[in-house]
Design a protein around this ligand. Structure first.
Ligand code: IFM
Length: 397
């Protein structure tokens, strides 16, 4: 018997820059060109043109929801200059999802900024909140019938990206700490001043979208399922606040909070421990920890004071699809247990629908569907049929 409530959303997620292709006006496109060692997004998965095919594959599998994003750099290529054609494009995406029986979950900002916004100082620029609000006002005009809106994706990661962009603008670079034997370096803690700015922007846009549309509004926080080693309890509280809890507290009063979880990390008395190289690591060097989803959902529920949860991302970078199914199945066990314990969870959206551009790399494949990088031919993996089948039974296994 399934423990998942009736009306539970089952589906997958993508982000515009990672799948659309040729997002020329975005700051990330610019960064890709400037940074040696970064692979280019290029045509990405050409989903800008092939979104209907992507959505149809998802709907045909049995899933009932799709999270995708609107790209600010396309909608507003110059400050105040709105592209009606791009707005119409995103409206067509919403209509296509609805026609196919997929509940659209729409993200307004997923890491990338218009170049002009970055040039104005990005998220710490004087007009940042006003600019984002004005973009949100524009997008609100096409959101009719969209029940779920995410203002920003992973603001806690966006804060780190903002911090690094500011360093780069001042001619410096973040020096990755030295780690033993190729272990994955720990990202720096985001500056809380940037975090507070993002919270302000989120609240402003949340209020506006609520006022102008019928959507439930929230934001989606990257959750690292941090766990203390004996003696690391105090450090855990400290690092968790700047990395996650500031943003989870910012979700109090929202209609929902998006949980995004992939792995877990240990915190010792000196801080987060770099994860060592291990044969069972994922393709992004993280630990194979499907239990992280349960930990993340419970922590989010606690810190947000009982804000309804939507799992907006969970998945694994692997070339082995059987492993993807095993990981997801175990992650859903943890989610089901949290639901059984009273956590109000509204849906599960797998990351990702497609093997897509993983921010500088193409090798880490997270998709339920493989994409040929030359021809863009889509090949669904067994995991897509597996998830769709589960969706048809509302998670009953
Ligand atoms: O690809 C990213 C996504 O853009 C944000 N959350 C984590 C994913 C996997 O690294």
């Amino acid at each position: 018997m399934s423990k998942f409530p009736a009306g539970f959303l089952w589906g997958a997620a993508t982000a515009p820059h990672q799948v659309e292709g040729n997002n020329l006006n975005s700051d990330f496109w610019q960064a890709e060109a400037a940074m040696p060692g970064m692979e280019r997004s290029g045509d990405a998965c050409d989903s800008y043109h092939r979104y209907a095919e992507d959505m149809r594959l998802l709907a045909d599998s049995g899933c009932n929801a799709y999270r995708f994003g609107i790209e600010w750099a396309r909608v507003e290529p110059e400050p105040g200059l709105v592209s009606r054609a791009e707005l119409a494009h995103y409206r067509r995406m919403i209509d296509t999802a609805i026609d196919l029986g997929l509940t659209p979950v729409v993200t307004l900002h997923h890491f990338t900024n218009p170049r002009w916004f970055a040039a104005e100082g990005g998220w710490m620029g004087e007009r940042a909140v006003e600019r984002f609000l004005s973009y949100a006002e524009t997008t609100a005009t096409i959101l009719d019938g969209v029940p779920w809106v995410c203002t920003m994706n992973e603001p806690n990661m966006l804060a780190i990206m903002t911090m690094m962009a500011r360093l780069a603008a001042s001619g410096q670079q973040w020096q990755s700490p030295t780690v033993d034997d190729g272990a994955r370096p720990v990202l720096p803690s985001p500056d809380p001043a940037i975090g507070r700015r993002l919270v302000d922007a989120h609240h402003a846009v949340r209020d506006l979208i609520r006022e102008r549309t019928g959507a439930k509004v929230g934001w989606t926080v990257a959750n690292q399922a941090l766990v203390a080693r004996p003696g690391g309890e105090e450090k855990l509280r400290e690092v968790r606040y700047v990395r996650e809890d500031l943003y989870l507290e910012g979700a109090k009063g929202d209609d929902f909070v998006g949980v995004q979880s992939y792995s877990s990390m240990w915190v010792g008395p000196d801080g987060i421990e770099p994860h060592p190289v291990r044969p069972d690591n994922t393709l992004v060097g993280t630990a194979y920890r499907p239990d992280s989803l349960g930990l993340a959902v419970r922590h989010t529920w606690e810190v947000t004071g009982g804000t309804p949860v939507l799992v907006t991302e969970n998945g694994i970078a692997t070339g082995d699809d059987e492993r993807r199914i095993a990981y997801t199945s175990a992650a859903l066990d943890g989610l089901e247990a949290a639901v059984a314990d009273g956590v109000d969870v509204r849906g599960y959206l797998h990351w990702s629908l497609l093997d897509n551009y993983e921010w500088g790399h193409w090798a880490p494949t997270f998709g339920l569907i493989a994409v040929d990088r030359e021809t863009f031919v889509r090949t669904p993996k067994p995991s897509l049929a597996w998830l769709g089948d589960l969706a048809r039974r509302n998670g009953g296994r």
